[in-house]
Design a protein around this ligand. Structure first.
Ligand code: HEC
Ligand code: HEC
Length: 282
């Protein structure tokens, strides 16, 4: 009887511990979030625009703040001046058509705070998004600008995709990459210093990083990090790069795996021969 009681206590404690470690902790550390939406369903898809006219509109409306290197337009000011003027360095637009989802891009140009899910930062009216919205230009004009940005041919390495999309705010020390915006300006704009991303892949995990980039509000409600609107392809490049920096030994490990297996097989074979030799006589 005594043994039975002990057994019951041990089993219950084990089950309780298991529940604490697995399902419960898991649900706390990885709360369920809606899957990433790479179609940006909340943004309206506009009919295809006229790229040529879009190029003119971009030259009229956007290059006071943005460079478009691919179109021969350099950044209008150096990073220090841009940081002080806008709180963050406005990105060069050459790769925007590649990086960002088309519907998102149109919604962003029309109303940046709304598209990035950061309207909550500007409700008291004391500040507004540093980029003005262009909804007053009308959908056709916006569709034309999107068509122009999409028409710029781009091919980016994973590192470049990361740099174009993230380092106006974030640094990546392990890759010797420093944010384009100085710490003081970006902290004032964001309300806090965006964290260094070197180890984020490892500390937060792949699942979290994918969902966070797709829509930060889902995981950090009220955060000031904007939804940047990356297409699934560009986002994958960014995350792959983050993984390569936070886990630089991964390839080496993967490489070593098969060698260890081959070694084990050979070892087992010799162990078997040895066993037969020693025990075979009996
Ligand atoms: C007054 C300056 C200003 C003007 C004019 C301006 N922008 Fe911007 N833009 C910014 C700033 C600042 C950011 C970065 C905002 C941030 O990261 O929070 C930005 C960001 C962007 C981005 C990146 C979006 C993302 O998801 O990361 C795109 C694309 C863009 N602008 C396109 C345009 C286009 C197209 C025009 C012209 C129709 C334009 N901008 C006009 C200041 C400006
Ligand atoms: C306009 C500035 C801005 C841009 C652009 C930006 N971020 Fe952030 N990011 C922030 C800020 C601010 C925080 C801090 C958020 C908080 O703690 O609420 C942050 C936080 C993060 C975090 C940490 C989240 C956590 O759990 O603490 C990760 C990971 C991250 N960003 C990844 C990225 C990646 C990847 C990109 C590029 C695709 C990117 N960010 C682009 C401003 C930005």
């Amino acid at each position: 009887m005594r043994e039975l009681k002990i057994l019951i206590v041990v089993v219950s404690l084990t089950l309780l511990t298991y529940y604490g470690v697995e399902p419960y902790a898991h649900s706390v550390m990885h709360p369920h979030v809606e899957p990433a939406d790479y179609e940006f369903k909340d943004c309206k898809t506009l009919p295809k625009g006229n790229a040529e006219n879009g190029g003119k509109l971009v030259a009229e409306n956007c290059i006071a703040c943005h460079g478009v290197k691919a179109g021969g337009i350099p950044a209008p000011m150096d990073n220090a001046t841009a940081s002080m003027s806008y709180g963050v360095v406005p990105p060069d637009l050459s790769s925007s058509g590649y990086l960002y989802n088309e519907a998102f891009l149109a919604a962003f140009i029309a109303n940046p705070a709304k598209a990035t899910h950061t309207e909550h930062k500007f409700v008291d009216g004391s500040t507004s998004h540093p980029m003005p919205g262009y909804d007053w230009l009308g959908e056709e004009a916006i569709a034309d600008m999107v068509a122009y940005l999409k028409s710029i041919p781009v091919s980016l390495t994973n590192k470049e995709a990361f740099e174009e999309a993230c380092i106006r705010c974030h640094s990546m020390k392990y890759a010797k990459t420093t944010s384009l915006t100085d710490d003081v300006s970006i902290s004032a704009y964001m309300g806090k210093l965006p964290p260094d991303l070197s180890m984020m892949f490892k500390s937060r995990g792949e699942h979290f990083v994918h969902n966070l980039i797709n829509d930060p509000q889902k995981l950090l409600p009220g955060t000031s990090m904007p939804r940047v609107g990356l297409t699934q392809t560009a986002e994958k490049q960014v995350v792959t790069y983050m993984e390569s920096i936070s886990d630089p030994k991964k390839e080496e490990r993967n490489d070593l795996g098969p060698k260890v297996l081959v070694y084990m097989v050979i070892f087992t074979f010799f162990a078997y021969l040895w066993k037969r030799r020693v025990w075979g006589k009996y």
